[in-house]
Design a protein around this ligand. Structure first.
Ligand SMILES: Nc1nc2c(c(=O)[nH]1)N[C@H]1C(S)=C(S)[C@@H](COP(=O)(O)OP(=O)(O)OC[C@H]3O[C@@H](n4cnc5c(=O)[nH]c(N)nc54)[C@H](O)[C@@H]3O)O[C@H]1N2
Ligand SMILES: Nc1nc2c(c(=O)[nH]1)N[C@H]1C(S)=C(S)[C@@H](COP(=O)(O)OP(=O)(O)OC[C@H]3O[C@@H](n4cnc5c(=O)[nH]c(N)nc54)[C@H](O)[C@@H]3O)O[C@H]1N2
Ligand code: SF4
Ligand code: SF4
Ligand code: SF4
Ligand SMILES: [Mo]
Length: 662
């Protein structure tokens, strides 16, 4: 600990704390522009200068570590004067003609900093040089004329997204933010996560969809959870006039720490599917708008006519629906109707094998956080460049700092370019491969915990033969893993789609063997697909969807996308009830269509891939005549004199979880 004095206030702070952070702990705000709590301090804008007793020149507090006995002043006349001068310089370097800027009037940190110093004009004549404006990106515009070269965007791109697209070209006053080797952003390696836009303190990075749609103070901020995938990033939904204007990453999010991927940030604001706005019933081969009463009574009669036949109704629900809805759905069709086919849109592909193994090994999986400190990551059957991207960010950002990556995927994958070792085994040979790695580690004497493997040579030979990967390459991978201090094993659909709990067991054994799992941390993680896959699996909604003479099919699709293969299977059904938000090939074929809320129009709980149970909030109100997903199910049940079990917390505990729930 170090004892310091800031503005006559004494405070003890841990060694290594920066003066800026120490001041914050003491409740003292130091103005800053380039500094950001999720980014490495850079000391570029100099706005955070303070006076340190015994030091002649003002010091940038964001990069200055505390010293025991340090005496600091942040508000002396000299400091205030310097701050104004620094701001004047920043304003004069480029074009900051605020009236033309979309962030002017409340959302610009540069402008706000000037107002805080009671500045009303720029004492220095502004420069008139023209800098390039890059409009090639689908989601944002980069206007270098408004850039203050704080490099937050550059750091966000590398430290948050792990993408290293942005950098600074040229020097001094000519410096410019560029993508890759100074190519248009729209043609660059940018993965469109928008992190750079979120951190830009000025109007240099302009969000195309939300620009000029209102200032932050005119919007309601709803903290929620992204329903885009099983990572479960924390978000802030910015709403104005019942419209989602923008989605931002929540800096307090326990999984994402502010980062989002393209889907989480932009899908909701660029949605182009057509909403269903009225209940419909097929009459003479044509869907006709009807009242809710008529639609639900039609379904009720159809269901009651089944007379308890186990092949009567088949149910399928989206894994994007909240836990409350999934539990009610499960209780209605499995509990009350005793149907033999009640499942989810994912059919347990990402989760069933994991859940099966969990029956004997509850909570064997770890937390996403392990990725942030991993020095080696083995990625098997998961493409983090296209799916679960924010999970990928957590280690991609460290690949330039020594973290090593092994990518195991029979197909070309975006991760190959980033990996230290690329293994392309024959598809479906993962079990042999993992056992081979185990045997090599044992044979080389590198085990942290012995698996007591017999016949190692035979297993290794088999691995080489089955996978078609050389012994040298397998040995390289085995050594890298076994020698790591904090390894993580990540596996996805490429593995889980094989529906083989033995592969999960082998991966778990490997994790134990290399010390990825100990009392301190657990570096074994499966990617679970959609936002509520884990909930669906805990409810037992994870069998293949294969209709077998069922008379009625009830599809609670919500706002999910519908795959071709699902449509092909569903349209064969004798009678189709579709509960959905958007029109699709599936709704075209419905006999009854029930229009329902989408994720932001309803509230409810989600369990992400590492077992966090969190509530997504209602941010906007659904159009008239569109009803809540859960409401529709409860109303339907009520019409049949059934009362649904709403205790979802209890229902999900009917099965052992692969990951601790909290
Ligand atoms: N941005 C975005 N994110 C998503 C989704 C999305 O649509 N968009 N979808 C979500 C959903 S529903 C899911 S299920 C997940 C899927 O996310 P992941 O679990 O990461 O699955 P995939 O992206 O399909 O990647 C699987 C990889 O496994 C490889 N593979 C195929 N066969 C084998 C094999 O036999 N062995 C091995 N080792 N690998 C194999 C494939 O080539 C592919 O690269 O992503 C979720 N996240
Ligand atoms: N045999 C087998 N069955 C499976 C699976 C499997 O791997 N093998 N996977 C299971 C899983 S995990 C899932 S999630 C399901 C569905 O998994 P898939 O069958 O892989 O479905 P997708 O093709 O990803 O998505 C469905 C449709 O939605 C569209 N779509 C997806 N994302 C977007 C988007 O962001 N914008 C727009 N405009 N369109 C989008 C796609 O173009 C596609 O036509 O199938 C499940 N069933
Ligand atoms: S959107 Fe993401 S990947 Fe693209 S430049 Fe910005 S931070 Fe980098
Ligand atoms: S574009 Fe924005 S975030 Fe990037 S350096 Fe310029 S002002 Fe800073
Ligand atoms: S990684 Fe998944 S949860 Fe996170 S923002 Fe992207 S889609 Fe949403
Ligand atoms: Mo999925």
């Amino acid at each position: 600990m170090a004892q310091i004095t800031i503005n006559n206030k004494q405070i003890d702070v841990p060694d290594g704390t920066t003066v800026l952070r120490a001041a914050e702990m003491a409740g003292i705000h130091i103005p800053r522009l380039c500094e950001h709590k999720e980014l490495t301090p850079y000391g570029g804008c100099r706005l955070c200068i303070v006076e340190v007793q015994g030091v002649r020149v003002p010091m940038a507090s964001c990069t200055l570590p505390v010293n025991n006995g340090m005496v600091i002043n942040t508000e002396t006349e000299a400091i205030k004067k310097s701050r104004k001068f620094i701001l004047s310089m920043l304003f004069s370097e480029r074009n900051h003609f605020c009236p033309f800027c979309q962030v002017s009037g409340g959302d610009c940190e540069l402008q706000n900093a000037a107002y805080a110093e009671e500045m009303t004009h720029w004492p220095i004549q502004p420069g008139w040089n023209d800098f390039p404006v890059d409009t090639s990106h689908p989601y944002f515009v980069l206007d270098n004329n408004r850039c203050i070269l704080c490099r937050r965007c550059v750091r966000a791109c590398s430290e948050m997204a792990g993408n290293f697209t942005l950098s600074v070209a040229e020097r001094g006053a000519k410096s410019m933010i560029v993508a890759d080797t100074d190519i248009p952003l729209g043609e660059s390696t940018c993965i469109k996560c928008g992190s750079c836009v979120q951190v830009c303190p000025t109007g240099a990075l302009i969000d195309r969809t939300s620009a000029y749609q209102g200032h932050d103070e005119q919007m309601t901020e709803v903290k929620s959870v992204c329903a885009g995938c099983s990572v479960g990033c924390s978000i802030k939904i910015m709403v104005r006039d019942n419209r989602i204007v923008r989605i931002e990453g929540d800096w307090d999010g326990p999984v994402n720490h502010g980062a989002l991927c393209e889907h989480g940030r932009y899908d909701a604001v660029t949605e182009s599917r057509k909403r269903i706005t009225s209940p419909m019933v097929k009459k003479n081969g044509k869907l006709e708008p009807v009242s809710w009463d008529e639609a639900l009574n039609t379904v009720k009669e159809k269901l009651q006519a089944l007379n308890g036949d186990k092949h009567g109704v088949a149910g399928l629900a989206s894994t994007r629906l909240p836990a409350e809805t999934l539990a009610a759905f499960n209780d209605l069709f499995k509990g009350k109707f005793q149907s033999d086919l009640v499942t989810s849109i994912e059919e347990g592909v990402p989760t069933a094998a994991v859940a099966k193994y969990a029956e004997g090994h509850e909570n064997f999986e770890g937390k996403i956080d392990a990725l942030r400190t991993a020095d080696a990551v083995m990625c098997i059957g998961a493409n983090l460049q296209t799916s679960h991207m924010v999970a990928g960010f957590q280690f991609k950002r460290n690949l330039t700092k020594g973290t090593r990556l092994i990518n195991i995927d029979p197909e070309e994958s975006g991760l190959d370019d980033l990996a230290n070792i690329v293994i392309k085994p024959k598809a479906g040979t993962d079990l042999a491969l993992i056992r081979g790695l185990q045997a090599i580690i044992a044979k080389e004497g590198l085990e942290r915990s012995s698996l007591k493997i017999k016949d190692a040579d035979k297993i290794i030979k088999n691995a080489v033969a089955e996978t078609d990967i050389s012994l040298e390459k397998l040995t390289q991978a085995a050594r890298l893993l076994a020698n790591a201090i904090s390894p993580v094993i990540l596996y996805g659909k490429g593995v889980t789609a094989q529906r083989d709990a033995q592969i999960v067991e082998a991966l778990h054994q490997l994790a134990v063997q290399i010390g990825a799992e100990d009392s301190e941390r657990n570096g074994l993680l499966s990617l679970k697909g959609e936002s509520n896959s884990q909930t669906a699996t805990l409810l037992g909604l994870d069998q293949p969807f294969s209709l077998n003479g069922h008379k009625v099919t009830y599809l609670a699709i919500g706002d999910d996308y519908v795959s071709k293969s699902l449509v092909e299977r569903a349209v064969k059904s004798a009678y189709l009830v579709v509960q959905a938000s958007y029109e699709s090939k599936l709704t075209e074929n419905a006999d009854v269509l029930l229009p329902v809320t989408l994720w932001a129009e309803q509230e409810g709980h989600y369990i992400n891939l590492d077992g966090r149970i969190r509530k997504a909030e209602k941010a906007i109100t659904a159009p008239e005549n569109v009803r809540d997903n859960l409401d529709v199910l409860t109303d339907l049940a009520k019409r049949m004199n059934l009362s649904l079990d709403t205790d979802w917390q209890k229902a999900i505990r009917g099965r052992k979880s692969s990951v601790a729930l909290n």
